[in-house]
Design a protein around this ligand. Structure first.
Ligand SMILES: [Zn+2]
Length: 426
């Protein structure tokens, strides 16, 4: 039982209530004022705190935590081809992915993230890290037309992707997806095969889409349409598709996205840092699209902090539209919770009876968090990731009083420092 806090359920009606949340076997079984007759094995006192659904990081490359700050202040093209790709070819292996992902999971869960979506290589290692730390995750082996650190070519990558899905299907916390990198880095054949695999297994297809102006211009040159319209032509929008970024978007894309129920993950800090552009999120929401929030990888952000991301998203669109009424705080918090979970097809995102017990207790004791007038405003404009006190994922207490209970944090930091030093020398 979690008791005593102000509960923001993040349901469609925006219900807030004071009372208790009873949890059994990973689910919320009762919600409301002083639950009589609930037998309590363990009680978490959240008095004076806010209780919210766990935050959902809709897009990241967790293992890139090892490459945090390795190359900054560069355009995407140069950043990728001169720095990230060569570094990945030299040093990405199972060991680096495991420890980098474990570090990322620690950062995420301490900041109230209970679920995340990840695209990288050696994805089994990400799955182990997520499971050991105790996070929910949608994970997919990255697919490329050429060789990757984990595969000689696309056919081997597809085999790895399918074996991954087979291995983790039905797991409580780890949910598989199929992750072709982007339309410019995958062949038509690979995109078709990836889509077919996703539909055959009934899992989402996750792709970077329309991130930069060059990507859209390139698609126009090659196929005479935008990347989304190209995917439609290939028949790959039939199943559940998650588009990360979706920055350079025209009216026809929004119409098509709404018709195909495309899920979008908005990554404003990464888009800003790489000067990719600003996604038309208010327009997407007007079209009824489900839009989640993502950090993108820690090499392009450079943190995994959804409080910072919410704060930035809420302000960015106001500046761009010259209108302070767009993306109000509650709507942004919805993107980081309910809409994020919906976009990824994962449980959680709402505090409701029968729903997943993914909960975050945010403390209000710090000077920057005092006084409290409007809890939504508080969470988006004033709170910090470090205000997260306790985190429950799937009914399990993972963080208590700012300490991660599940894995050894000091060991993880030490291993990542050593791997980063090795990468520097390579
Ligand atoms: Zn990405």
């Amino acid at each position: 039982v979690v008791s005593g806090g102000l509960i923001l359920t993040m349901d469609e009606q925006g219900t807030c209530l004071r009372g208790e949340i009873a949890i059994r076997e990973g689910k919320i079984v009762a919600l409301g004022e002083a639950l009589a007759g609930v037998e309590t094995a363990e009680r978490l006192d959240a008095s004076g705190c806010l209780v919210i659904p766990g935050l959902v990081d809709g897009h990241t490359h967790a293992a890139m935590a090892c490459f945090r700050g390795v190359a900054d202040d560069l355009p995407l093209e140069r950043w990728l081809t001169e720095h990230i790709f060569p570094l990945e070819r030299r040093c990405v292996d199972e060991e680096l992915v495991y420890w980098g992902s474990r570090l990322a999971c620690l950062e995420m869960v301490r900041g109230g993230i209970t679920a995340f979506a990840d695209m990288y290589f050696f994805e089994d290692q990400v799955a182990w890290a997520a499971q050991e730390v105790g996070l929910r995750a949608l994970l997919g082996e990255g697919l490329l037309a050429g060789p990757s650190p984990a595969a000689q070519g696309p056919q081997e990558a597809l085999q790895r992707a399918e074996a991954f899905i087979d291995r983790w299907s039905g797991h409580q916390l780890v949910h598989p997806s199929v992750d072709p990198h982007a339309v410019y880095s995958c062949s038509e054949e690979l995109l078709r095969q990836a889509s077919e695999m996703a539909r055959r297994w009934g899992v989402p297809l996750v792709i970077h889409l329309q991130e930069t102006r060059q990507e859209v211009a390139g698609a126009r040159d090659r196929w005479g349409c935008t990347p989304l319209q190209y995917l439609e032509r290939l028949g790959t929008l039939e199943g559940e598709v998650v588009a990360c970024h979706f920055v350079h978007v025209e009216e026809a894309d929004l119409e098509l996205a709404a018709r195909r129920d495309l899920r979008v993950i908005h990554c404003p800090e990464s888009n800003a840092k790489l000067a990719a552009g600003v996604a038309p999120v208010p327009e997407m929401l007007e079209w009824g699209l489900v839009v989640g929030l993502g950090t993108d990888g820690p090499a392009s952000n450079n943190d995994l902090d959804l409080f910072g991301e919410m704060n930035f998203a809420a302000k960015l669109h106001k500046v761009v539209r010259g209108d302070p009424t767009v993306l109000p705080a509650r709507q942004v918090l919805e993107m980081a919770t309910r809409q994020g979970a919906q976009a990824l097809g994962l449980p959680g995102g709402v505090i409701e009876v029968g729903g997943a017990a993914d909960l975050v207790v945010v403390e209000l004791g710090a000077p920057h968090a005092t006084p409290l007038h409007d809890p939504y405003s508080h969470l988006v404009y004033a709170a910090k990731a470090a205000d997260v006190r306790d985190v429950i994922v799937n009914g399990r207490l993972v963080v208590r009083n700012h300490q991660v209970l599940t894995v050894d944090e000091a060991e993880t930091l030490e291993r990542v420092r050593r791997l980063a030093a090795r990468a520097q020398r390579s």
